[in-house]
Design a protein around this ligand. Structure first.
Ligand code: ATP
Ligand code: MG
Length: 264
């Protein structure tokens, strides 16, 4: 397939690459709270979309809807151009939609290497016997290549720091070969500057591969402007801005987010 047929990716970004996910008119209510209102959003292959907004704006709810955790009350999702009803997180993952949740889904009393292979353990086929040494080796390789230092891949995840756990959650999604859409809900929040920088570099490398679409939630707008191609602002459950990162700035984003409170 030529680049033309696939949708060409220009030097400036992924403006014409195919859309991996498109959300249309998504609404979601929790009791009295209208968490999402008629949300429309898309991300193309090779693109990183930054999702910003205040606490409670609906960012995590939106990500959880794109990953099969919440069913939308209204609206639909198109995955690779086809209308798709996501039945569960496991179903979404089987399609290639992988998520690093804000409230991490890690099993604390399992060692690091088994968490890295959660739900895709390597076995000696056809026997259901785990290939432990191979998983340990690959886990070490994966974490070394990102530069995440942990005592040992045999350490139970519950004994790690919040930042280390988050790094492992990111590594798990990134190294799942089938991932087409990676959703990251504040992956940098619990990290020190060094670990956070390593994850940002990893995301940039992933972007250069151009075969994956990424949606990143972060409260640090400098990181958003630095790493994302586009930014969407969510306010009270509604997308109020969709702009190329090159056409905005940290100060403009701060102004937009805080304007409604009369801060500026
Ligand atoms: N499972 C739930 N049950 C009831 N209400 C919920 C649930 N999940 C989210 N909400 C509500 O929906 C709104 C949006 O929450 P959400 O977690 O999506 O915000 P957010 O933008 O991710 O915020 P933050 O930046 O603090 O993570 C909030 O008012 C929240 O209280
Ligand atoms: Mg959230």
């Amino acid at each position: 397939m030529t680049a033309q047929e696939e949708g060409s990716v220009t030097a400036g970004g992924a403006e014409t690459a195919p859309e991996v996910i498109r959300a249309e008119h998504i609404s979601k209510r929790f009791g009295a709270v209208q968490a999402l209102k008629d949300v429309n959003l898309y991300v193309r292959r090779g693109e990183i979309l930054g999702l910003i907004g205040d606490n409670g704006a609906g960012k995590s709810t939106l990500i959880k809807t794109l990953t099969g955790f919440h069913r939308p009350d209204q609206g639909r999702l198109l995955f690779n151009g086809t209308e798709t009803a996501l039945r569960s997180v496991v179903h979404a993952r089987s399609l290639g939609i992988d998520t690093v949740f804000q409230d991490l889904a890690m099993i604390n009393d399992l060692p690091v290497y088994l968490n890295l292979f959660l739900n895709r353990e390597l076995t000696h086929r056809p026997l259901p016997v785990l290939r432990r040494s191979e998983m340990r080796r690959r886990a070490r390789e994966a974490l070394d290549s990102i530069g995440i230092s942990i005592p040992s891949v045999d350490t139970e995840v519950g004994q790690l720091s919040g930042g280390q756990r988050q790094a492992i959650a990111v590594a798990r999604s990134v190294y799942a070969e089938s991932t087409q859409l990676l959703l990251l809900d504040e992956p940098l929040a619990a990290m020190g500057a060094k670990e956070g920088g390593q994850i940002l570099r990893l995301l940039k490398r992933l972007k250069e591969r151009r075969d994956i679409a990424i949606i990143l939630i972060a409260h640090n707008y400098a990181q958003i402007v630095d790493i994302c191609d586009r930014v969407n602002l969510l306010q009270h459950g509604e997308i109020t801005l969709d702009r190329a990162s090159q056409e905005t700035s940290v100060s403009e984003l701060l102004e937009l987010v805080h304007a409604e409170y009369g801060v500026n």
